[in-house]
Design a protein around this ligand. Structure first.
Ligand SMILES: Cc1cc2nc3c(=O)[nH]c(=O)nc-3n(C[C@H](O)[C@H](O)[C@H](O)COP(=O)(O)OP(=O)(O)OC[C@H]3O[C@@H](n4cnc5c(N)ncnc54)[C@H](O)[C@@H]3O)c2cc1C
Length: 514
């Protein structure tokens, strides 16, 4: 078989990368050793940035229909609610999706898979990577198909979306350094009859372990996540749910009628990252490149962002619109992000589970009282939401971010295009095309229509352009009331921003990279 891109693994990372390649009209083959998308709930927290990405291919609303917005969390100590925090609209004004969406990974993967099939492609299920090689012009995967035969797939690029144990990473000889937490964790999807309502997550603030209940779709359906007591030294997979149920009751200090255990799994928490996201024509994305603590629901969302970052660069290189060197920026941008992510999730996790006396006191006695108050403060929302929702990720250090014109702006090259409304409609409505976007911001005194025509004359195939009225809200966000232009990469990060009266800086950018 021959193709342009071969994707190893059809978890959320591989499937979402495939959706992006469909969008760019890139030919690919995706295969997975499993027989179908996951039947399990696994990752339930979907972040705003993921929904912004899905909006471009018409999948955000579909996912929202299948899930529920995480609205409140109750902090419980000694079986009693010590505090209730409402964060349903914590990101209001910062994203069209100002919340965390709760939807099971199984349903999520199915939506991505259906999109691929609706576009005439499919996943080769029950198909396992046995080995692969690469040379200067191609990468060749040797696979074992569902009927036991060995075949080869020759592609221009290979992407390993094959999870934490990644055979692709091992073959490439990349390191996966970091650490593993000693304590064993469990996750159980169950039905519970108890005194608390189904409209909030419940965090049980314990001195030296962790227990949390998250509401899932379906009547009385809950996800329980917790730590085993320290004396549990069994290996992952050896433990039965029944062995932990009594511990759950003791930790919750509540009367719980737990029935219908739909899924139970145990795991160790690791925090690790590769030293490089690519070698030659082969790339890694998702858990194959980074794994971290479950704090903040970041893992799957980060894998989806990896694919989003890589897809347009592969498309540009394959279609001859950019030099293959552009692919090096994938490693630069996503490795920096993975390192930052490991640090933040480790810190959040420490606060949630550490048995250290000071942190444990902070968690049980101080945090519940300040959290409710803190979340109502605008500055706290503006600090917390961009970090958790992943809308705050930026590529300011990337070679694709040209800073020459951005000195007097609050928003810099490398930042995600900020969200705001224009004539009551989301600015993102103008950014759905799989192209670069030139946004020409004009005030009442200047007519910049000629610029629109000029860019279309020269770059119509690669650049989409729009004129936007520079109203006071936009001026406040960007930090200038004078007309300016913004050039966005196809993933809607700012490549260049300039108040120059000509299109010179924007054309320079396009000529330099395309
Ligand atoms: C209990 C739990 C809760 C979580 N909660 C969240 C959350 O709320 N939010 C969040 O963002 N993340 C969460 N995560 C993390 C999230 O599930 C992972 O980050 C995500 O599944 C990674 O996706 P992936 O596609 O990179 O890897 P995987 O999902 O591991 O998929 C890899 C795929 O590659 C296939 N594969 C492997 N080897 C081969 C081979 N040799 N040949 C062919 N195919 C192969 C596998 O069969 C698999 O389908 C959670 C994880 C767990 C376990």
């Amino acid at each position: 078989m021959k193709t342009d891109v071969v994707i190893v693994g059809a978890g959320p990372t591989g499937l979402s990368l495939a959706c992006q390649l469909v969008r760019y009209g890139v030919d690919f083959i995706i295969f997975d050793k499993s027989e179908s998308t996951t039947p399990h709930s696994k990752a339930i927290g979907v972040q705003a940035r993921t929904l912004e990405i899905y909006e471009q291919i018409g999948l955000a609303d579909k996912l929202i229909e299948q899930g529920a917005i995480a609205g409140k969390v109750r902090m419980v100590v000694g079986g009693k609610v010590r505090s209730e925090v409402d964060f349903g609209e914590i990101g209001k004004g910062m994203s069209p999706y100002p919340f965390v969406l709760i939807v099971e990974q199984g349903k999520h993967e199915k939506i991505l898979y259906d999109f691929i099939k609706a576009n005439g492609k499919d996943v080769l299920w029950n198909t396992e990577l046995e080995s692969f090689t690469q040379d200067e012009s191609s990468a060749t995967a040797n696979i074992k198909t569902d009927n036991g035969e060995t075949e080869t797939i020759e592609a221009k690029f290979l992407v390993g979306c094959d999870g934490a144990k990644s055979p692709v990473r091992r073959t490439l000889g990349l390191t996966f350094e970091g650490s593993t937490f000693e304590r064993m964790y469990y996750v159980a999807d169950v039905q519970i009859d108890w005194k608390f309502s189904h409209d909030a997550g419940h965090g049980f603030l314990l001195k030296n372990s962790m227990l949390a209940f998250f509401p899932m779709t379906g009547e009385n359906q809950w996800r329980i996540v917790g730590t085993f007591p320290e004396e549990f030294a069994k290996d992952e997979g050896d433990i039965l749910y029944e062995e932990i149920e009594e511990q759950i009751r003791q930790d919750a200090e509540l009367d719980l009628d737990i029935t219908n255990v739909n899924w139970f799994s145990t795991y160790k928490v690791h925090t690790r990252s590769v030293n490089k996201f690519s070698v030659g024509r082969c790339f890694l994305a998702g858990d194959s490149a980074h794994i971290h603590t479950p704090a903040g629901a970041q893992g799957m969302n980060t894998g989806i962002q990896d694919g989003y970052n890589l897809a347009w660069k592969i498309a540009m290189a394959l279609q001859g619109n950019a030099d293959a060197k552009i692919l090096e920026t994938y490693n630069d941008e996503r490795l920096e992000n993975a390192k930052n992510l490991l640090e933040t999730t480790d810190r959040m996790f420490e606060l949630a589970v550490s048995p250290k006396l000071f942190i444990s006191y902070l968690r049980t006695h101080i945090f519940p009282y300040i959290a409710r108050f803190a979340i109502s403060i605008d500055a706290v929302k503006k600090f917390a939401f961009p970090r958790v929702s992943q809308i705050g990720i930026n590529y300011r250090h990337s070679s694709l971010s040209v800073h020459t014109g951005d000195k007097n702006f609050r928003i810099k090259a490398g930042d995600r295009m900020p969200y705001f409304l224009v004539d009551g409609k989301s600015i993102y409505d103008k950014l759905h095309q799989p192209k670069f976007h030139l946004l020409i911001f004009q005030d009442g005194q200047n007519d910049r229509k000629a610029m629109d025509g000029e860019i279309q004359m020269e770059f119509a195939d690669l650049v989409d352009s729009a004129i936007v009225q520079l109203d006071p809200q936009v001026a406040e966000i960007f930090g200038t009331a004078n007309p300016f232009n913004v050039l966005l990469r196809p993933d809607n990060y700012i490549g260049a921003i300039s108040s120059d009266a000509s299109l010179g800086p924007m054309k320079n950018y396009l000529e330099r990279y395309l």
